[in-house]
Design a protein around this ligand. Structure first.
Ligand code: SF4
Length: 171
């Protein structure tokens, strides 16, 4: 499956704990005022990559143990990201994603969108919610505005409500 990408950061330390490979996707429906990645909004831009190619690219770096999906809006390409997440989980990478939708909104979407359910079900961590510039804080780790939450996705899905990630690496 093809994923339309806006770019990659091969060794990021700002999109989650440790050294992570970040996939920035092209296309976003949220258009948050103050977004730092407005060039990723159009869906017709970016560069198409086969999911397997992306995996081959990141697996060459032995320092990378976590992968973060960012954007753009990863859930606008949920099927392709779910395919990538499936491969990553098989190889024991920690998989995190940003989304402008909240966990509750994604759960609602997942009722009618199998690809959304699939991607959500494969994530370890979700950083959720739109960027709100009124709530911007440079002190926050791994998120831009105070309304955004860092969630433990398996625990949240099991509980049926948003559960914060307690792992100290994410705080
Ligand atoms: S969801 Fe992210 S990429 Fe999309 S507009 Fe908001 S901050 Fe920008």
């Amino acid at each position: 499956m093809v994923l339309r990408t806006a770019g990659f950061v091969p060794e990021s330390i700002t999109d989650g704990p440790g050294i992570r490979f970040v996939v920035f996707c092209q296309g976003c429906v949220h258009h948050c005022p103050g977004c730092h990645n407005a060039q990723t909004w159009p869906f017709e831009g970016g560069e198409p990559w086969e999911v397997q190619q992306i995996f081959e690219k990141l697996r060459r770096d032995p320092l990378v143990r976590g992968v973060t999906f960012s954007g753009g809006e990863p859930f606008c390409q949920a099927a392709a990201f779910a395919e990538l997440a499936q491969i990553l989980k098989q190889h024991r990478y920690e998989v995190a994603a940003y989304s402008g939708w909240t966990f509750e909104e994604l759960c609602e979407k997942a009722k009618t969108e199998p690809e959304t359910a699939a991607l959500l079900g494969l994530l370890d961590v979700l950083v959720d919610g739109r960027f709100e510039k009124e709530q911007l804080s440079l002190e926050l780790k791994f998120r831009g505005s105070r309304n955004q939450r860092i969630l433990d996705v398996p625990a949240s899905l099991a509980a049926g409500r948003a559960i914060p990630k307690e792992d100290g690496r994410w705080k």
